[in-house]
Design a protein around this ligand. Structure first.
Ligand code: 7TS
Length: 417
């Protein structure tokens, strides 16, 4: 199918609304994506016509709801090339998915003195659960260095020599936009005998991800960043690993049988999903994947590469603007996702975002839940960030770049030397 951004935008009602009386320009898709009408309608249809609990009804609408929920797991499995939907655990979001790895596999397998290797570009959700666990079990946390916007692979290899038991890293940085070579990183970690978890919150929505090809043991992502509803996220885990793990939340649906003294677990993936599930979330996520597949994930990636090329080309010409991330240059664009963090010399990013808002433009400013990266590696208190998706237009980026001049004027920033 021909990729046509104007046609795509017709599916997103919010893109036709106003912000501060101006046409909304939404450049914060790394925080959360907008939702197409197909997803909104799928959720509405569920509530209007077949709302029922799943896995328990013998009546038609419950069977239909169960099918909708289970089918969505099959779609997720196919989308990331998992073996089967047994490997797809639903939870709240990427954060909860990572915590689930910490509270199950890591809790059940690590002991005092064991190491966990992360990188300096992680989101807090891939730092804090490990810090909590490390404190409890006296583990050793290390971070592979980030330099010039990318992971220093020599440092990564050196830290792997300390034989960490688990390595957990992001696929795409939500601040730098860098795309990590996760297949190579996984291979290296496995060679040293480590388990591998990958945070795919910023990759799965934007590029083809094949967990089997990558070879990782666990992989996490969120529905709300990939056109689906909030409140549902995915933890992929290899069947044989999940099979061995003990569940941590007990209750209805996750058991096969319960007696007064003991119980037995349900089969995967239900062993990890106690209680009534986020049914509308599953159905909405299934529809979001259908939508992405209709457009083609590779077409989305191509569109975003063009947007980044366009944005970098424009930003490079603006005086007094620092762009963070992997080295620039035309041949390097493909190593970047549609995330561009920047600062305007002499302007606090919060002022930048406020002035952008007055022009109808939504961007994010702050530490982007990656304080160690922003404060210690980039050495900034905060950065402003534009992020793109399939519905972003070059004209919107032009408007954003033009607004930088307005920021300079409003804040009376003198010519930068
Ligand atoms: N990992 C990465 C790389 C992320 O970018 C985010 C969210 C998360 C994990 C957590 O996802 P959640 O769905 O559990 O919240 N990132 C951002 C962001 O960049 N701006 O707002 C949320």
């Amino acid at each position: 199918m021909e990729f046509n951004v104007d046609e795509i935008r017709k599916d997103f009602p919010i893109l036709h609304t106003k912000n501060m009386g101006k046409d909304l320009i939404y450049l914060d898709s790394a925080a959360t994506s907008q939702k197409p009408i197909q997803v909104i309608n799928a959720i509405m249809e569920y509530y209007k016509t077949y709302n029922a609990n799943i896995h328990r009804g013998l009546y038609d609408i419950s069977v239909k709801a169960t099918e909708g929920y289970t089918n969505s797991k099959e779609k997720v499995a196919k989308f990331i090339n998992a073996q089967s939907y047994r490997e797809i655990l639903y939870c709240k979001n990427t954060t909860e998915a990572i915590n689930l790895v910490a509270l199950t596999w890591a809790e059940q397998n690590l002991k005092e003195g064991d190491g966990i290797l992360l990188t300096q570009m992680e989101h807090h959700s891939n730092i804090v659960p490990w810090q909590i666990l490390s404190k409890k079990k006296r583990l050793v946390l290390e971070y592979a260095k980030v330099e010039n916007g990318v992971i220093n692979m020599d440092d990564y290899k050196k830290k792997l020599e300390n034989a960490p038991k688990l390595v957990s890293f992001t696929h795409v940085s939500n601040v730098l936009g860098s795309i990590n070579n996760v297949k190579e990183m996984t291979k290296l970690a496995h060679t040293e005998g480590a388990m591998v978890h990958i945070d795919g919150a910023q990759s799965v929505p934007h590029m083809k991800v094949n967990v089997k090809d990558i070879g990782c043991d666990f992989f996490s992502f969120s529905s709300h960043k990939m056109l689906g509803p909030a409140g549902i996220g995915v933890l992929y885990g290899k069947d044989e690993i999940l099979e061995e793990l003990e569940p941590i939340i007990g209750g209805g649906d996750m058991i096969r049988s319960v007696d007064f003294e003991k119980c037995t677990w349900n089969e995967l993936p239900w062993k990890f999903e106690a209680g009534t599930s986020n049914i509308e979330g599953g159905i909405g996520l299934g529809k979001a994947i259908e939508y992405i597949e209709g457009i083609g994930i590779d077409n989305i990636r191509k569109h975003e590469i063009e947007l980044v090329r366009h944005a970098i080309g424009k930003l490079e010409k603006v005086e007094g603007v620092a762009v963070y991330g992997p080295e620039l240059g035309k041949d390097k664009i493909e190593g970047r996702a549609g995330v561009i963090s920047f600062n305007i010399h002499g302007a606090h990013p919060h002022d930048v975002a406020t002035i952008f808002n007055s022009e109808g433009i939504a961007i994010r400013a702050g530490h982007h839940c990656a304080m160690p990266l922003v404060n210690k590696v980039l050495n900034e208190p905060a950065v402003a960030r534009m992020s793109f998706y399939l519905y972003t237009k070059k004209e919107e980026i032009d408007k954003a770049v033009d607004t930088i001049e307005k920021v300079k004027k409003v804040l009376r920033i003198k010519k930068h030397r």
